[in-house]
Design a protein around this ligand. Structure first.
Ligand SMILES: Nc1ncnc2c1ncn2[C@@H]1O[C@H](COP(=O)(O)OP(=O)(O)OP(=O)(O)O)[C@@H](O)[C@H]1O
Ligand SMILES: [Mg+2]
Length: 426
């Protein structure tokens, strides 16, 4: 079930939970007398001009009768000037034929047309399963996501995962890989937020010996390491604006050029990116490149925060107790209290709470008590240490990020994680 959502203001609208870009795209007039007019590019070429035979008829007097044509050839969108009088321009340069990407603006006469993705809201049937690999969730949105992930995993489409901290973005990326035909290939995590900016290109694309001070040997980058597998570009929203064009080039060309080299090396890599920022808002603020956003958001998945899926909390608690303290139980009362908690750190916070409670438990039950602490710190667990030991209060509502993050080992980036090790982390 899908709903058409092809419109000009897509980027400024509230983002849907799940969306996908259709093949081709939409040309929208953003400047000139026909502002707001649009035409969709699919398999058939579209033409622009003042003549009535054109797909998009422009009333602009400075536009030729058949001025410009756009065609989809494979994955590439080509713009061809049809011998117009006043010419066609991109970024001030006149062209006869040019390949364009999403976000490109083409000027013909006094008119400017912009090429945008044909974005469609996806509302999949909820999966019958309350899990997808190691992702647990019975909430309808989560089960819809499982259906989508199943479909998407089989393809090589680039996926952008958005969601608050601790909602499971990395786990989702791993499960996309695990369910994909490239599951036996590498899964490489690259944390864009933790690499010093001067090193990011060399870490992503590699470098040749002597290309800069300290480059004492040739080095492969994360993309080359991920050849045949998946690269997970974590915290993509943290990537500096001036470094974004080089990433866009790699995504466009599916080839990398090492720092200091003149040649491109073809790569076969599936890209999954994640961020806890609202990337559309970043694009609107010009803090993130629009063209890169469109390149990444071929499939867009927005993970709901835990507070919006209370019914998942008991499922997750049972999942974590089974993992950390098999045989231990949580009372109905405490379960209700845990369900009511706001979980600012999302599933990571819940996982930490349960791990700690299970580790400290001596008896057969884990008790959780409420307290009036500051927001995010209002759950404290009283762990039954057995009949002889006095109950002990532990502050449990921890910040999800930072040094208390028990699951995140210090990352040597790029991190190539063998599947067995990745699974062992959970
Ligand atoms: N739905 C889920 N089912 C089971 N475990 C989950 C789920 N969601 C998250 N987790 C667990 O919670 C922890 C945090 O998840 P993850 O690291 O994937 O979050 P994240 O969204 O990448 O967070 P951040 O933005 O802070 O990097 C991990 O230990 C992960 O295995
Ligand atoms: Mg993460």
């Amino acid at each position: 079930m899908t709903r058409d959502r092809s419109n000009v203001t897509a980027l400024l609208d509230d983002a849907p939970s799940y969306s996908r870009q259709n093949q081709g795209g939409i040309f929208v007039v953003i400047k000139g007398p026909d502002r707001g007019e649009a035409v969709r590019l699919t398999g058939v070429p579209v033409s622009f001009g003042s003549g009535p035979q054109c797909s998009l008829v422009l009333t602009d007097k400075t536009v030729s009768r058949k001025h410009l044509e756009a065609q989809l050839t494979g994955d590439e969108v080509l713009m061809l000037d049809c011998g117009s009088t006043n010419g066609s321009f991109i970024q001030g340069s006149r062209f006869e034929k040019i390949a364009i990407g999403f976000g490109a603006e083409v000027k013909l006469g006094r008119t400017v047309i912009k090429f945008l993705p044909d974005e469609e809201i996806v509302e999949p049937e909820p999966s019958a399963q309350a899990s997808f690999g190691s992702i647990v969730g019975g909430d309808t949105k989560m089960r819809q996501m499982f259906t989508l992930l199943e479909d998407v995993a089989a393809t090589t489409a680039t996926v952008l995962i958005e969601g608050e901290t601790g909602t499971g973005k990395e786990l989702i990326a791993e499960e996309i890989h695990n369910h994909s035909p490239r599951k036996d290939g590498p899964f490489v995590v690259f944390d864009c937020g933790s690499v010093p900016r001067e090193l990011i290109e060399s870490m992503l694309f590699g470098h040749v010996k002597g290309s800069f001070t300290g480059a004492i040997t040739d080095r492969r980058g994360a993309f080359a390491e991920a050849h045949g597998g998946t690269i997970f570009l974590d915290e993509i929203g943290e990537m500096a604006l001036d470094l974004q064009p080089s990433l866009l080039r790699v995504l466009d060309k599916r080839a990398v050029r090492k720092v200091g080299s003149n040649t491109y090396e073809k790569i076969d890599v599936r890209v999954v990116a994640a961020t806890n920022r609202d990337l559309r808002a970043e694009v609107a603020k010009k803090a993130f490149r629009e063209d890169l956003y469109y390149r990444l958001a071929v499939i867009r998945v927005s993970v709901p925060p835990l507070r919006e899926r209370g019914s998942d909390i008991p499922l997750l608690i049972n999942h974590f107790v089974t993992g950390f303290g098999p045989g231990l139980t949580v009372s109905t009362e405490d379960m209700a209290r845990l369900v009511r908690h706001s979980w600012p750190g999302n599933v990571r916070e819940l996982r930490n709470v349960m791990e700690r409670a299970c580790l400290l438990a001596r008896g057969s039950s884990i008790t959780v008590q409420g307290s009036q602490g500051p927001a995010g710190r209002d759950v404290r667990a009283r762990v039954h240490r057995g009949p002889d030991a006095a109950p002990q209060d532990e502050p449990l509502g921890r910040r999800a990020r930072g040094p208390d993050r028990p699951q995140a080992p210090a990352r040597a980036y790029p991190e190539v994680r063998p599947r067995s090790a990745a699974q062992a982390r959970r």
